[in-house]
Design a protein around this ligand. Sequence first.
Ligand SMILES: NC(=O)c1ccc[n+]([C@@H]2O[C@H](COP(=O)([O-])OP(=O)(O)OC[C@H]3O[C@@H](n4cnc5c(N)ncnc54)[C@H](OP(=O)(O)O)[C@@H]3O)[C@@H](O)[C@H]2O)c1
Length: 278
Amino acid sequence: MRVTIFGASGLLGQALMREWHGDAVTGLSSSDADIRDEGQVRRLVQEQRPDWVVLAAAYTDVDGCENSPDLAFAVNRDGAVNVAIAAKMAGARLLFLSSDYVFDGKKTTPYEINDARHPQSVYGRTKAEAEINLLGLLPNCCIVRTSWLFGLGGKCFPDTILKLAASRPSLDVVNDQRGCPTYAVDLAHTIIQLCKKNSDGILHATNGGDCTWFEFAKEIVRGAELNTAVRPVTSQQMARPAPRPAYSVLSPARLQGLGIEMPPWRDALGRYLKERLR
Ligand SMILES: NC(=O)c1ccc[n+]([C@@H]2O[C@H](COP(=O)([O-])OP(=O)(O)OC[C@H]3O[C@@H](n4cnc5c(N)ncnc54)[C@H](OP(=O)(O)O)[C@@H]3O)[C@@H](O)[C@H]2O)c1
């Protein structure tokens, strides 16, 4: 199988490049191809003739998106459309990474794949509009929604908590947003399996179980054997430019139906900490 990965230098992209064996995989960063440049994207995909294009490139700074909506839509929606058109012209399958932020967070039970999109932030809107455009262009594309991604080789929540905990006696962390942490390595394995199974449609892929950011931070500090106190606070006390969904747990039902079970998030965090602290 020939595979082209956009966003290969990101958190997920690096894990995909490390974990994908036995196929001809080419990884592209923004310096190889800016997905806003339709011509460049088309030329590269034509040259590489991939069976699968994995689109993990995005402008992922959620607060940055709120402050720079033009850039956010140009990369996350229009850039995704450029990649989809290139994939279509080359006869390649497309797997697109989307987000729990396409939902409004008002549910209290896990979001199913067909629940209505109702994004609350610019980032969420860019992803929701990209999904709709891509399904129109390539009805058999594969859309993988994930959440709370962490991994080696980039900025992520556990990395930030470890750095802050090393220099502070206590940390305040929000306890009124619930979601599913996802280890980039486990998500990479799921994506590889989905491509090998020739999957299509919308899927939710996160580690098993859910927690609040406060519960996640407590487990990080405990796992790293640090003495830092972690204190629960509300989102209101930690105001940020972009609103976050209060509840964005994604149901794994369709993924499980394909025979793919992702490990529980505590197990995933343990493996991350072992690598990170080694
Ligand atoms: N992080 C999360 O918590 C989270 C949650 C849900 C969904 N997702 C989605 O999962 C995917 C992977 O996220 P991630 O955390 O791995 O992202 P990331 O670490 O922020 O990496 C982003 C990647 O996109 C590339 N990129 C940015 N702008 C680009 C452009 N204009 N043209 C081409 N490439 C560009 C970056 O390249 P350079 O390194 O060259 O800049 C980098 O490789 C994204 O689609 C994201 O929206 C992430």
